[in-house]
Design a protein around this ligand. Structure first.
Ligand SMILES: [Zn+2]
Ligand SMILES: [Zn+2]
Ligand SMILES: [Zn+2]
Length: 281
């Protein structure tokens, strides 16, 4: 066989050096792709690859599987993987995706019925999608598309209020169109103006605020029922709630709130006064 110049060892080494390792999808920032590719190749070439692959596949390729070890009755040690079940995509894309799918099933069953033991008549119950957001504790840098004008939105467009400065002399405008990954997003336009105390207190008390909201809602419903001559507690409130962390590092809640009667007139086995699987998270 004749080696052309491009097949000489020197040329091959130069070609290998020139190979650019692509950015691997889902790889956290700060991790070198080259090291990961080298580890992948080493793993794929190892003798135990097949059994390792099956273990990884069984836990849905969880990023941080918990390693459980045990000894069987013959004294042999076994190692099994189990999912980390972390809901955060940055910690584990696989488990957070599974959690999102499970939640979708839960919410869909509660809204439309037809699966997970929920009758389709549930879709006819009064339901509301509520979003409960914290008040402003001072202007912060924002990102996002402007769906009304179908182009990216400027952070704080001076067009509305003009070029106003805060008492500390900092600009209260920002003409930048921030990307979603911009570290500035969520940060105050002026740290001295921002109400950090209010922010911290709100975040601390957010679960209690939600609890009191549900108590008030039930009391309001009961008084309304009494006002129209219906017995109190004849209508029950069921909800599913998801807490989401905003970029300004404050939680807000998305909730689907549904009203169920008890007993239900159609006798389909609906469990109006029983705690349902999707009642609370
Ligand atoms: Zn995981
Ligand atoms: Zn900005
Ligand atoms: Zn200021």
């Amino acid at each position: 066989m004749t080696l052309t110049p491009s097949h000489t060892p020197a040329a091959a080494a130069a070609a290998a050096a020139a190979v650019t390792i692509p950015v691997l999808p889902g790889l956290p920032t700060g991790i070198d792709s080259t090291d990961v590719v080298v580890q992948m190749v080493r793993r794929a070439a190892s003798r135990g690859f097949e059994s390792w692959w099956r273990k990884a596949e069984n836990v849905g390729f969880c990023a941080n599987p918990i390693h459980l070890s045990g000894i069987d009755t013959f004294g042999r040690q076994h190692l099994v993987f189990t999912r980390c079940n972390n809901r955060r995509a940055v910690a584990c894309p696989s488990c957070s995706d599974l959690y999102a799918r499970d939640t979708w099933q839960l919410v869909h069953a509660g809204l439309h019925g037809g699966h997970h033991d929920m009758p389709t008549t549930i879709a006819g119950h009064p339901q509301v999608l509520a979003r409960l957001t914290a008040p402003s504790f001072g202007p912060v840098h924002t990102a996002g598309d402007d769906t009304h004008r179908s182009h990216a939105r400027r952070c704080h467009d001076p067009g509305h209020r003009g070029y106003i400065r805060c008492p500390h002399g900092k600009p209260l405008w920002c003409s930048t169109i921030h990307g979603d990954n911009d570290a500035q997003v969520g940060q105050p336009l002026c740290e001295d103006c921002y109400d950090y105390t209010g922010h911290t207190l709100f975040a601390w008390h957010a679960p209690e605020l939600w609890r009191r909201f549900t108590i008030s809602l039930r009391r309001l419903l009961d008084s309304h029922l009494r006002a129209i001559g219906e017995p109190a507690k004849s209508v029950h409130i069921n909800y599913v709630k998801v807490a989401e962390m905003q970029r300004r590092a404050i939680p807000h809640f998305h909730a689907v709130i549904r009203l169920d009667g008890s007993p239900l007139p159609n006798g389909t086995g609906e469990r109006g006064d029983q705690p349902e699987k999707h009642r609370r998270r």
